[in-house]
Design a protein around this ligand. Structure first.
Ligand SMILES: [Zn+2]
Length: 270
């Protein structure tokens, strides 16, 4: 059911300016990418698009300019009893750190899973309380979601996250300003795994491992609605393949700091 909803939201995104910005990244490319994306949705074949953007634009972080082989894997929509413990086990096996964007509502149901993630060195961001697609909604709804998260995250985890990701990557400039004003860094992604769309684990893993670049923020999910076996097989393949290629797996904040370190080093070398 959620898969259908996600698909509908992705398709609907192209019909609204905010959705296009979120999904295609740039207004200048929106026309061409919209056509590509629509063709892909219709054909059911793997898309050539990597994700909604790169670098930082309009107050949103998509990826970090980086020479070192490091990426940030991110998991939205958890915590899920079905998936999150196994995802954490896999990350541990590969000494990988990641960033989780749990939904406040699910966090209240399984706070122990998010606490385990924190204890094992992962980062927690906020993905709203009820996973509402905000692009077409008013600021009042977003404020209510943030207020609720301000209560739930500190109560369950003892922390107030620094990072925020919009459900469905659906937002407007005004909503980004609102979230930033509440002290969050808004994170999108530069490589969407399409794990909500691709049914075959090997195809899913291949999409990520063939398109990935240093500094990427990779969007994945650990919600209840996903196919557990496919997610875990794909994640195992992604971690194994990229580690063999020399990639390191960092949290989003670590990736940002690594990028800053490289920039400072380049500056001092001049
Ligand atoms: Zn989500």
């Amino acid at each position: 059911m959620r898969l259908r909803r996600a698909r509908r939201a992705a398709a609907a995104g192209w019909r609204t300016p905010a959705g296009r910005r979120a999904l295609a990244g740039r207004a200048t490319l929106a026309g061409a990418t919209a056509v590509l994306f629509a063709l892909w949705l219709a054909a059911g074949s793997p898309p050539s698009l990597r994700g909604p953007g790169t670098g930082t634009r309009g107050g949103v972080l998509f990826s970090v300019p980086l020479e070192a082989k490091a990426v940030a894997l991110t998991f939205d929509d958890g915590p899920s009893e079905n998936l999150t413990p196994a995802v954490l086990d896999l990350l541990k096996r590969y000494s990988a750190r990641a960033t989780f964007f749990p939904i406040g509502r699910e966090l209240e149901r399984h706070p122990e899973l998010a606490r385990r993630a924190l204890e094992e060195g992962h980062e927690i961001g906020c993905h709203t309380y009820s996973h509402v697609y905000l692009g077409g909604r008013g600021e009042a709804r977003l404020k209510a979601e943030l207020d609720r998260c301000d209560e739930v995250f500190p109560r369950t985890l003892g922390i107030r996250p620094d990072l925020f990701r919009f459900p469905g990557l659906s937002y407007s400039d005004a909503l980004v300003r609102l979230v930033s004003g509440r002290g969050y860094a808004v994170v999108s992604c530069s490589l969407d795994s399409y794990d909500w769309r691709i049914k075959d684990a090997r195809q899913l893993a291949r999409r990520v491992t063939s398109l990935v670049r240093p500094g990427d923020i990779v969007l994945m999910h650990d919600g209840d609605w996903l196919d557990r076996n496919r997610q875990l097989e794909a994640l195992d393949l992604i971690l194994k393949t990229l580690q063999q290629q020399g990639y390191e797996f960092l949290t989003v904040s670590e990736l940002v700091r690594r990028g800053l370190g490289e920039a400072l080093e380049r500056g001092s070398g001049e």
